[in-house]
Each structure stands twice: as structure tokens, then as C-alpha cells.
Design a protein around this ligand. Structure first.
Ligand code: 4AD
Ligand code: MG
Length: 429
């Protein structure tokens, strides 16, 4: 097996073989400097003309960027090297001399890069984002597992909607109508009644005609659901969950954050508890700040950004008007015109990253909501059943993976937070 570049520090002085792509090269007379990458890291290979057969020297000299190689050599510690190590090359086998690579090391326009997303992923920046995304998922699953949550997989093809009927992707399920899942939540509620604490992790779909830097058509969501947990208790879970994720990224992804030039001091402030303000307080604040905003309106990005500016960590906005939110949210018993819910707004203008609530547990009220929202009781019968056989207070939330990645990485647009983004005007590659 070839040695991974990330592991070279434990092979100093040894002869190793590395499988790599040629990221860049320069030569000065009788020396060629090869920038090699294998996905786990970068290392400079130093090739001396006198050390290798003439045909290898010539072959390497003409290799385009992204050609694939096996390289043999000795690892040497070198303080001047960015990674701290260099490879004194003794032998090279060209696996494939690449065609002229379309993404050169100069700047390219965004549409060009999006058209070449399959190749763009190889850049140091995109690799850093993918690695951080992977570590965020890792941290989420680790924490949930420590907190006794079981991963349960909801279906992707569903007969009903969870988050309103206007943004559903329609398809046929033989002769029936079916929709791509907008959220696994309703199924997680069933699973929570079986297992207590559960979560789902999977792709979700919204046919949103929004062309913003925060919206994807297909995005990944983690949705924990907890039996016997009330609204306030769910907020405590959320802030601890998110603090753990940020802490894990800070511990494991320093060099990736560095590649992205992320201001980590902003992330170091992300520690539970987070502030909580009610929707009412947010409206009052916005009006004081000169926004024309009436009670009952939904927040847009400028509103969320303005509210977030007052805090150095995420902030919960709670108790939204019942009419603004989905059918399943439990009304505040003291004030039924608002629901026991919260959106968590990230700092630095990244907007809502978590949406959550306590769920209606009373079957009669749930039936009333079905009627108000004109939802057919046929396809929701099973969901109503959950309130008939040992109904309990329960709460849950959904955290959008790409928005979380975009915020933690400090990305300008959510399109870079997912390997192959599906957007309003793009499904290629
Ligand atoms: O607020 P949402 O719609 O909540 C739900 O789907 C609930 N059923 C979750 C639950 O309680 N189990 O979506 C949750 C999160 C948002 O806060 C946001 O981070 C992300 O999903 N999200 C999107 N991310 C990217 N593109 C979109 N179009 C998104 N829509 C929602
Ligand atoms: Mg929401």
C-alpha cells in the first residue's frame, strides 16, 4: 500500500512509495520540484537529474498538471517546507500523463468552476471544505450517539408533505402521487415513540424558487427527535450540540480552516448557552432599527442578519406566530397565537441553521390543524395514531448541514458546502 502524505512525519529517513497527482511543478536546470497531492496532503518532491534515468527525467519534465504518478523516495524533514517535509525522489512511474487540465492555477469565473465541479473538488480550498464537512458529520453523529440517540432512516419517497405543500417535488409512485422528502421529521416522531431518542441524517428536497446564497434544492439535514422533552429542554440540547460541533472542528481542522482563511477567533466564541429572544422582541428590535416590519411577517435575510449582529454567538428566536409555522407545532398554552418553536440564527450573516419545535401531542388539536391546513387525513392517519397510543410531550429539530458548513468554513455561498450542488438553475454535473 502506498504511504499517505499525511503520515510522512512517521517515515522520516525511510524510503516510501506515494500515489499522487501532480499539482504543480517548476524546474531549475538540473532539479525539478514536483508539488504532489494525494488527497490527504501536499508534499514537494525533489527530483535530481543525475539520480534518475534520462527517460524518466524527460517524461516528468513534460507532464501536465493533474497527471497521476507513483513516486518513490526518501522523506526528509525540512523546516522551510510548508508541510515540514520533503521527498527526495529516487524513482517515478507515470500512471497517466493527463490531458491539458482545464482548471489552471489562475482565477476562474464561478460559472466555469461550477461547470467543472467534478474537477474543482481537487483544489486545496474545496478539499478543505469537504474535510470539514466530513468532520462536522462525524461530530454530529458522535455527540448524538453519546447522548443515547439512535440513527433511524426515514423514507425519501413520501405520500405527504412536512413543511408546506408549495415546495414539494412531485413524482409518480406507479399510479399514485409521491413526493421527495422535505424532512424526515414525521417519521422520526414515530421512531421516537418507539426508541425515545432518535435522529435521521439524509438528503431532503425543496422545490424552492429561491435563488439566494443560502438555498439549495437538495440539502442534507440531521433531525433529532426526543420523547419526553419539552421546548426549553430542546433548546439546551441544540446549543450543546452545536457547541460540540464547532469545538470538534477547531480541534481537528486547524489547517483546513487556515487554508480557507477563516477567522477562528469568531468560532472560538461559540459556547453554550446561546441568547434567546422571542419573535415579539425581535419585531420590536427591528422596528427600533428602522425596518418596516409588522407582527405576522416572516423574517428575510436582512432581518436575520440585523438581529444576529447583536450577538457573538448564535441566537434563538422563539415563539413565532402560529400562522407562520408548520401544522405540527404545539401552541404556547399561555398564548395559543404563538408556537413553542425556535429558529437558531447563526452569526456573521449566515441566517437560520436550525429549525425546531415542540410537537402537538393532543389528537383533537392535530385533527383541527389538518382541517385548517387542508391536509388529507388519509395520508396522515398514521401520524395521528402516534397521538392515540401513549402520546407524550416531544420535541425535535432539524439542522441544515450545508448552512452549518458554510458558516463554520466562512463561505460566501452555500453552493461550495456540498460536493455536487443542485440549485435553481443547475443540475450539472
Ligand atoms: O426550518 P426547516 O424547514 O425545518 C424542518 O424541516 C423541520 N421539519 C425540522 C425538524 O424539526 N425536524 O429546515 C431545517 C433547516 C433550516 O434551519 C436550514 O438550516 C435547512 O434546514 N434548510 C435549508 N438548507 C439549504 N437549502 C434550503 N433550501 C433549506 N431549507 C431548509
Ligand atoms: Mg425553518
Amino acid at each position: 500500500m502506498p504511504t499517505l502524505i499525511k503520515d510522512v512525519s512517521s517515515h522520516v529517513g525511510e524510503e516510501v512509495r506515494i500515489g499522487a497527482w501532480l499539482y504543480n511543478k517548476r524546474s531549475s536546470g538540473k532539479i525539478q520540484f514536483l508539488q504532489l497531492r494525494d488527497g490527504t496532503g501536499f508534499i514537494q518532491g525533489v527530483l535530481l537529474k543525475k539520480q534518475v534515468p534520462a527517460e524518466i527525467w524527460e517524461a516528468v519534465k513534460n507532464l501536465p498538471q493533474e497527471s497521476s504518478l507513483y513516486v518513490w523516495g526518501t522523506i526528509r524533514a525540512d523546516e522551510r517546507a510548508p508541510s515540514g517535509y520533503e521527498l527526495d525522489v529516487t524513482q517515478v512511474e507515470v500512471i497517466q500523463a493527463a490531458e491539458e487540465y482545464p482548471i489552471s492555477l489562475k482565477e476562474h469565473g464561478i460559472e466555469f468552476l461550477m461547470d467543472h465541479r467534478h474537477l474543482w473538488l481537487r483544489s486545496p480550498r474545496q478539499q478543505a471544505i469537504l474535510r470539514i464537512r466530513g468532520e462536522i458529520i462525524h461530530a454530529m453523529q458522535d455527540w448524538l450517539s453519546q447522548q443515547s440517540f439512535t440513527l433511524v432512516d426515514p423514507p425519501v419517497l413520501t405520500p405527504s408533505s412536512c413543511e408546506g405543500t408549495t415546495e414539494l417535488f412531485h413524482t409518480k409512485y406507479f399510479d399514485e402521487d409521491a413526493y421527495l422528502s422535505q424532512s424526515g421529521q414525521l417519521y422520526m416522531e414515530a421512531a421516537a415513540m418507539a426508541m425515545g431518542r432518535v435522529y435521521s441524517f439524509g438528503p431532503t428536497f425543496r422545490a424552492e424558487k429561491s435563488k439566494t446564497r443560502r438555498h439549495l434544492i437538495e440539502f442534507w439535514m440531521i433531525e433529532p427527535e426526543m420523547a419526553f422533552v419539552e421546548h426549553e429542554e430542546s433548546l439546551v440540547m441544540q446549543e450543546e450540540f452545536l457547541s460540540h460541533i464547532v469545538d470538534h472542528v477547531l480541534k481537528t481542522c486547524r489547517s483546513e480552516l487556515n487554508t480557507l482563511e477563516r477567522d477562528v477567533s469568531k468560532l472560538e466564541q461559540i459556547k453554550a448557552p446561546f441568547a434567546r429572544i422571542t419573535y415579539d422582541e425581535a419585531v420590536e428590535f427591528l422596528n427600533k432599527e428602522g425596518f418596516e416590519f409588522t407582527w405576522g411577517d416572516d423574517f428575510g435575510s436582512p432581518h436575520e442578519t440585523k438581529i444576529a449582529e447583536s450577538y457573538d454567538r448564535p441566537v434563538f428566536i422563539t415563539h413565532y406566530p402560529t400562522e407562520l409555522k408548520s401544522f405540527y407545532m404545539k401552541p404556547d398554552p399561555q398564548r395559543p397565537e404563538v408556537v413553542l418553536c425556535a429558529d437558531l440564527i447563526a452569526p456573521e450573516g449566515y441566517g437560520e441553521i436550525i429549525g425546531g419545535s415542540q410537537r402537538i401531542d393532543d389528537p383533537a388539536l392535530l385533527e383541527q390543524r389538518f382541517a385548517e391546513h387542508k391536509l388529507s387525513t388519509d395520508v396522515y392517519q398514521w401520524y395521528l395514531d402516534l397521538r392515540k397510543y401513549g402520546s407524550v410531550p416531544h420535541s425535535g429539530f432539524g439542522i441544515g448541514l450545508e448552512r452549518t458548513v458554510a458558516w463554520i468554513c466562512g463561505l460566501e455561498h452555500v453552493r461550495e458546502a456540498i460536493p455536487f450542488p443542485r440549485m435553481l438553475n443547475r443540475m450539472y454535473p
